[in-house]
Design a protein around this ligand. Sequence first.
Ligand code: FRU
Length: 485
Amino acid sequence: MKQWTLEERYRVLQSADEIKDLYDRIQTSNYRQKYHVQPMTGLSSDPNDFAYYKGTWHLYYQWCPWGAVHGLKYWYHAVSTDLVHWKNAGVGMWPDTIYDNKGCHSGSAISDGEDLYMFYTGNHRDENWVRTPYTCAAILGPDGQPKKLPEPLFGPRDDYSEHQRDPKVIYVPEKNKYFIFIGAQTLDKKGTALIYESDKLLEGWKFAGQLNVPGFEDFGGMWECPCIVNISGKDVLIFSPQYTKLPGRAESTNHNVYIVGKMDYDTLTFTPESGYQYLDFGFDFYAAQFAANVGDPEKAILVGWIGLPDNHYCTEPEEWEGSMSLMREVRLCGDRLIQNPIPEITSLRDEEIAAEGKLPAFCEVEACFTGGDADFNLFTKADGTGGVTLHYDAASKVITVCKAGMNKRFNENVGETLDMPLTSDLKKLRIMIDRCSFEIFANDGEETFTAHIYPEADEHNYTITDNGSVKIWTLKPSVEDNFIV
Ligand code: FRU
């Protein structure tokens, strides 16, 4: 694995020419995707600033141009009119002020119909590498570039640790006010969120207090990327707790959870209706964000990063890694989220192919099951060995997913086997495969499982037990992979 110096990781991008050769080289990779948003070069991580604004969906994401490494972060911008077809739109936020001298870190956006307001963490470090996170704002200008406010909205509080970042801005009609949730860590290293409020988007922000979630006072060491949305009259809080192991997550210390409940903006208390649940049971799903300005109170749109902070992926030697998940339509059923790829994704179906054991590199798979234990193995060799095994145990309603049979193994230290417990008997799996990723939607979105995978030429087959039947569609490309800085 390449060892990066601080200078290399935090090098400022001066001109597009500096990464054009890298881009050309990466274009020849066997693992470039066709219908997922992915970085032109380098590393993409958290989705940021995901919002509908004047007829266009805007998605920004954390981007380090130089390689598969977390270094100086830019926001890269992608646009879509249907959440399926995406175009690269160039760098969306440059770290070019003293407040963000070591990166424009994660944030969110909101539109008042007139303008798109962008909020982000300015990651400042001084000459001794001491970090000060600032909450900064910008307005998207007519030229597609953000116009940054000259000064941050507010700096960090000194009664919390340096981990204060990832502003999520929302408007709360009952209070006729805006609120910002900031992911934070207490001085005794407990994860939490801080809440700020204001009548106006670009001024008047004051600290309202710490978010109180009864039962979650000691839950992880930092809550990255908090986000809150109202679906069908209930509040859904999501965040990415880190520095802790959680049940069923093997050795990983990075997770993405949701809690359904009620947010009281007077007492700053989020009262859970039940416990926390995993947003996704897979190996690689993190920092998910709900889109702003969706305009339908019965649903939300969610996107996550296919990747985890401390993991390493097989495209690292090719100097790129990480992609955005498919955009998910999220609805609420009781205290559970139902997550499916947005319905328009079926427009990518090209041709239904005979289900004869071959698994194309870009495809949608639908497997239906008639009951009892089942085995469905993906990316196997032609003789059915190896691959990613999915074993369903009907008595416990658990699917155990193991990727240890692949030729290319990675992140073995955090575990290669994870369970996806179902809430009802296994009837259907919908699996979206895009060369180096697969996303499983079980029983019409009751559970999801997302992961990277790096099949080699001999690993494009599947096997299934007799109680399962398969349909497969090849898919058309929907994401342009062109070079725009
Ligand atoms: C989550 C995170 C955020 C931070 C960003 C930096 O993956 O650590 O908390 O803003 O990534 O890229």
